[in-house]
Design a binder for this molecule. Structure first.
Ligand SMILES: Cc1cc2nc3c(=O)[nH]c(=O)nc-3n(C[C@H](O)[C@H](O)[C@H](O)COP(=O)(O)OP(=O)(O)OC[C@H]3O[C@@H](n4cnc5c(N)ncnc54)[C@H](O)[C@@H]3O)c2cc1C
Length: 378
């Protein structure tokens, strides 16, 4: 595949660059509280929508632009180059599940405000005893006339306190094999009986939350897909979450790496063998990730939806991000903790749980070994 821009892509990139030059909010990296970061993310979503840069490859009938996934990649790459705030990820992968499994009524109600950033989503999958073994989830949804009554406890629901809607997984049938008894629901987070309790992470930010569901009544027409289809819907969602929607990571890594090289030079470490080796390792990991992302982009362009190969990208992404942020911490030293570079403190802390959320590294290795390499289980 030829990865150079076609004439159409070059024109799109040029227009986007001009737009980003005028619209990236200055100083957004200095947001230090979770409330500020959420406000930056929500305002950026709105701005992207107004500029026509949300839902590039989504179907036109659902508010997208119907463009090639290559335009998503260009958008990701250029927002990285311009140090823009992150693109709205959850809207992307939950939006995909809605497009694929939603009724016309659900899509009409929820896709336009999802694209425009008028509503924000969280993902209510994990529970205290159901993370890697997600199919063991215990939250129950019991049918009662035209409604389901939900009781349970969700864990690690990121952005729960900032979300208007939740894609919830709950058990509707406890008498069938565990993967088959799960259904998915679209739930208004203002429904009575939902209590969100933020979880404060190591850097003091309440990035994620636990959510208690007590007799929450959900209209039956807000079930997504059929009863028992929840597992399939969850796997579709995580395949988009793990996959390389983001070439943007790579342009961000390159910028990060250039800054680390400069910092190493300022500290007289250019000739230090260990620093050289670590910078080189971070560079090589970033390049391997870039090539993997490009290969997967080819698959998306040829019309193949993301699949289990997203586990490889997730592993490469984890290694690259953790290597880079660990090196940054060592190079910036005290500046990171004395408030001169709060952005790198946040980046370091956020690099740690990448090996856990979206499915842990061990689980990704299991998927790669068993399903992609078809290795025996023992
Ligand atoms: C910051 C953060 C944000 C998150 N956001 C969300 C969210 O928005 N929505 C949501 O639903 N969930 C979210 N999660 C939850 C995340 O998906 C789970 O934490 C993850 O799936 C692991 O589950 P667990 O924490 O229960 O760990 P466990 O499943 O208990 O795993 C503990 C350890 O055992 C290992 N392990 C478990 N089973 C196996 C196995 N079969 N083979 C080898 N090793 C194994 C794991 O790799 C891990 O190291 C988030 C988590 C974090 C940390």
């Amino acid at each position: 595949m030829d990865y150079r821009d076609s004439a159409e892509e070059a024109e799109y990139r040029a227009g986007l660059r001009a737009w980003l030059a005028d619209n990236v909010p200055p100083g957004h990296q200095n947001a230090t509280t979770q409330d500020d970061r959420a406000a930056v993310a929500h305002a950026w979503h709105k701005k992207l929508y107004e500029g026509g840069y949300i839902g590039q490859s989504w179907p036109v009938e659902w508010g997208g632009k119907g463009l090639s996934p290559a335009m998503d990649a260009i958008l990701n790459e250029e927002t990285g180059n311009f140090n823009a705030p992150p693109l709205p990820g959850t809207a992307g992968y939950i939006g995909r599940a809605l497009q694929m499994y939603g009724t016309d009524e659900q899509r009409t109600q929820l896709l336009p405000p999802t694209i425009s950033g008028d509503i924000h989503w969280c993902q209510g999958f994990s529970e205290p005893s159901a993370g890697s073994d997600l199919a063991a989830l215990r939250t129950r949804a019991v049918r009662d006339g035209d409604e389901y009554v939900v009781n349970g406890h969700k864990m690690w629901t990121s952005g729960g306190q900032y979300s208007d809607w939740c894609l919830l997984l709950a058990r509707t049938d406890p008498d069938v094999p565990k993967h088959k008894g799960i259904s998915a629901f679209l739930v208004d987070m203002r429904s009575p009986g939902i209590t969100v309790q933020p979880i404060v992470l190591a850097d003091g930010s309440p990035e994620t939350s636990e959510v208690f569901w007590d007799d929450v009544r959900i209209p039956a027409n807000q079930r997504l897909g059929d009863e028992g289809e929840g597992w399939r819907i969850a796997m579709t969602t995580v395949s988009y979450e793990r996959g390389p929607s983001d070439i943007g990571f790579i342009s961000t890594y390159r910028k990060n790496l250039a800054e680390l090289e400069e910092t190493a030079a300022k500290k007289g470490l250019t000739d230090d063998r260990e620093t050289q080796a670590r910078l080189a390792r971070a560079y090589v990991l970033g390049e391997v990730l870039r090539l993997n992302v490009l290969q997967q982009l080819s698959l998306r362009i040829s019309g193949r939806p993301p699949g289990e190969e997203g586990s490889i990208s997730k592993q490469l992404w984890t290694h690259t991000e953790q290597e880079l942020q660990h090196l940054a911490l060592d190079l910036f030293g005290a500046d990171v903790v004395t408030g001169r570079r709060p952005d790198y403190l946040h980046r370091y802390f956020m690099s740690r749980p990448i090996s856990v959320y979206g499915g842990s590294s061990q689980i990704q290795k299991n998927i790669i070994a068993q399903r992609l390499l078809e290795m025996p289980r023992k």
